[in-house]
Write a protein that binds this ligand. Structure first.
Ligand code: BTN
Length: 243
């Protein structure tokens, strides 16, 4: 595994994006930062991490002919891989909260930010950014956040967690083009938090409603049953699942 270790950078995703413009990074390159000064989250949010306690890293992945229509396979696969990696560390009750938060004991311990670079109708490369809370013991303003330490009562060595998670992530990302997108989607759905149970959702207009998660579409949209046999699908920006 080739790893670039940085002391501080704005964002490991941005670093890899710039590197990809200037050079030809090798498939599977991992960039990890001790500290990010402008960590980026989903939908324009920021991502906070604690130096020496959190892991912030990004993986550069090349694909040979992955159709753009299969973009959600990268997201699904990343979530599946991280769940598997955390379970192998004996973290209990790991689940995927749509679209790609990883929960331990019902609280978020990991966020994922994927940025694809397209070429014609294919995804040429993807930058898969992972923010993993490892040894934090408090999240003052974030009651729904947790860390591997809080979830397990154990202290982890950051480097070991980095190698372990990256290895499993790269193994799964390398298999994407060999698997059918339907198989990947089914595996993702099997780990989906609150699937099949009545949950509360919130729209960007702050309207709340109840519904049941039934699965996802192949493009990543969430399928919610709002009333019996009345289904609606939502894009990421259209819906928030409340805990
Ligand atoms: C989320 O909002 O849940 C996604 C958070 C993703 C954070 C990671 S940390 C490493 C990489 N670099 C970034 O700027 N963001 C991702």
């Amino acid at each position: 595994m080739k790893i670039i270790k940085l002391n501080a950078i704005d964002s490991t995703n941005t670093y890899l994006k710039n590197l990809g413009r200037e050079t030809r990074p090798e498939d599977g390159l991992v960039v990890v930062a001790n500290a990010q000064t402008n960590g980026r989250g989903q939908i324009g949010a920021s991502w906070q991490s604690v130096k020496g306690k959190s892991l912030t890293f990004s993986v550069f992945k090349r694909f040979s002919s992955l159709p753009v229509a299969h973009h959600a396979s990268v997201l699904f696969t990343t979530a599946i891989a991280i769940k598997e990696a955390l379970e192998a560390l004996q973290i209990d009750d790991v689940a995927i909260k749509w679209p790609n938060d990883i929960l331990a004991g019902g609280k978020k311990c990991c966020g994922i930010l994927i940025e694809n670079q397209l070429q014609h109708e294919t995804i040429a490369t993807a930058i898969v950014g992972v923010g993993l809370n490892v040894n934090e013991t408090e999240f003052n303003a974030l009651p729904q956040a947790t860390s591997l330490r809080l979830a397990s009562g154990r202290v982890f060595e950051l480097d070991r967690v980095l190698y372990h998670v990256s290895e499993i992530l790269l193994k799964h990302l390398s298999a994407i083009e060999e698997l059918s997108s339907e198989v990947i989607k089914t595996r993702y759905e099997a780990s989906l938090f609150k699937k099949g149970v009545v949950s509360t959702f919130e729209t960007p207009e702050s309207d709340r409603f109840s519904g049941i998660i039934r699965g996802v579409k192949s493009n990543g949209e969430l399928i919610v049953e709002k009333e019996q046999d009345v289904f609606e699908t939502f894009e990421v920006k259209q819906l928030k699942l409340l805990y």
